[in-house]
Design a protein around this ligand. Structure first.
Ligand code: UT7
Length: 391
């Protein structure tokens, strides 16, 4: 019998301390107005003493297990997606496993920048579909604040700390992951980098002097990549899922910048109420951003049993990842039956869906080309305006 990965529990953990844009105005040469208009961010959470990557992961997992009514002794595997573990060695996933008190769980840490959670979710689904495991915890968590240069206005206004987790369990009813796309464009590996954080440039006085242990980003390069990849990968996964765009109830994008999300929304021609945005409250929490947004969407009642949701992320690597999920957390409840289970209906409807998706994809590409042209024309004008204003 075919097995599916059903998400049955979820939970989140964010630090107590809130750092607002007005606080940042006191720290670097920036303004609330600049941050809000360029990024949509109003505040972010910053971890205090005792709030670590592992502690946020553990709290999120506990909530997810409690919601699902599953004890730690039943967990088979824990996957922690993060770029900011407590230590380089040991893997933070083992610290999480220890603190949760699991008995038989394997655990590993997955590093794929801001796309880590979607990579981890897809990986968990494979373990379940193959029959190897029944219950897998998937965590996206970051404590980025120690890796942020709080004197660099280009980056320090963007990032925040937090974590969230889901529990995926084996099910024989069709649900969970319907399609996915995992991508990497390693040519742009240096677009978002902490040069002195690893073994290529081990920690030294020089690293400290050059502030190479902090995150650096070529924001415009990442911005361009993100807008293109978000639209392309959403189209690809919706098409691969066999659903039409109208079947999608919610899109949960990586929360890096509200402008990136707005551009993608316009390109895709999506209604705004089909898109989850909470970047204003947490900033960019990297691997935690999509599961945090998922938890907030659930708190706001924006996902019902039977909903179809698209997750889409992009980030360091540069990487991207997208997935279509059928959302049905209750065990043993028959949801709307997917077309794939009815070969006759499937054969009738699939050509219609394919044509509708092809029309949609052509429209999105045309809009994207027009927007790229408009942006290319506006860039020199904006630069000229800024130069004359500064003189
Ligand atoms: O999750 C990982 C993925 N990361 C991302 O998705 C980030 C993608 N990139 C972005 O979100 C945007 O590129 C940023 C928000 C980082 C920057 O926005 P932008 O519109 O691309 O600004 P810019 O880098 O072109 O900078 C415009 C101006 C510059 O001044 P000059 O050179 O024109 O005089 C910057 O120095 O804005 C200046 N600036 C600031 N001004 C006030 C940069 N940061 C700030 C700041 N406050 N915090």
């Amino acid at each position: 019998m075919k097995r599916y990965g059903r998400i049955t529990g979820w939970g989140k953990s964010v630090p107590q301390r809130i750092l607002t844009n007005h606080d940042l105005e006191q720290m670097v040469d920036t303004t609330d107005e600049w941050i809000v208009t360029r990024t949509g961010i109003r505040e972010r959470r910053i971890a205090g003493a005792g709030e670590t990557t592992s502690s946020m992961a553990v709290e999120s997992c506990r909530q997810a297990m409690e919601r699902a009514g599953v004890g730690p002794e039943e967990i088979d595997l824990i996957i922690v997606a993060t770029s900011s573990p407590d230590y380089f060695c040991p893997p933070v996933s083992s610290m999480v496993e220890d603190q949760l008190g699991t008995i038989k769980a394997g655990a590993f840490t997955l590093v794929a920048g801001c796309t880590g959670f979607v990579y981890a979710l897809v990986t968990a689904s494979q373990f379940i579909e193959t029959g190897l495991y029944d219950k897998v915890l998937v965590v996206g968590v970051e404590k980025l604040s120690p890796a942020v240069d709080w004197t660099d206005r280009n980056t320090c206004v963007l990032f925040g700390d937090g974590g969230a987790a889901v529990l995926m369990e084996a099910s024989d009813q069709p649900t969970g992951l319907l399609s996915c796309e995992l991508g990497s464009n390693g040519r742009d590996w240096d677009a978002l980098i902490a040069p002195g954080y690893g073994t290529a440039k081990p920690f030294s006085e020089e690293v400290l002097r050059n502030r190479d242990h902090f995150l650096r980003m070529d924001g415009r390069r990442v911005f361009k990549f993100a807008t293109r990849k978000m639209t392309d990968s959403v189209i690809n996964v919706v098409q691969a899922s066999g659903l039409s765009w109208d079947d999608i109830d919610l899109v949960i994008p990586h929360q890096a910048n509200a402008r990136i999300i707005e551009l993608a929304v316009r390109r895709l021609g999506i209604e705004e109420d089909k898109v989850m945005v909470n970047v204003d409250r947490y900033g960019n929490t990297s691997a935690a951003s999509i599961p945090l947004a998922l938890c907030d969407a659930l708190e706001q009642g924006r996902l019902q049993s039977g909903s179809h949701v698209v997750l889409v992320g992009f980030g360091a690597g540069l990487t991207w990842a997208a997935a279509v999920l059928h959302w049905q957390p209750e065990r043993g409840i028959e949801g709307p039956i997917l077309v794939e289970n009815w070969p006759l209906l499937s054969n009738l409807f699939q050509p219609v869906t394919r044509v509708r998706n092809a029309v949609w994809s052509t429209q999105v590409n045309a809009r994207a080309r027009l927007q790229d042209l408009a942006m290319a024309a506006m860039t020199p004008i904006n630069q000229w305006q800024r130069r004359t204003r500064d003189q």
